[in-house]
Design a protein around this ligand. Structure first.
Ligand code: ZN
Length: 69
């Protein structure tokens, strides 16, 4: 059992918890290239800063919302 961060309800025992990321931060990865020594490969990605716990019904709602985009 856990408290859903979206609807703030206490879930049923055994209900699946879904972690949903809500906040991202840009992350820059710099990796040394193994083929060309001394050169650095830069790639950009996202890092999760914050995630919330969702109950099953909220997970379904969020999935519906994001599908429409
Ligand atoms: Zn919920």
């Amino acid at each position: 059992m856990f408290k859903c961060d979206r609807c703030h309800k206490i879930t049923q025992p055994g209900e699946k918890l879904t972690k949903h990321p809500v906040k991202y931060r840009d992350k820059v990865y710099q990796i040394m290239d193994t083929k060309f020594k001394g050169s650095i490969v830069t790639s950009y990605g996202k890092e999760i800063v914050k995630e919330i716990n969702l109950c099953e019904s909220c997970t379904n709602k969020i999935a519906d919302e994001t599908e429409g985009r």
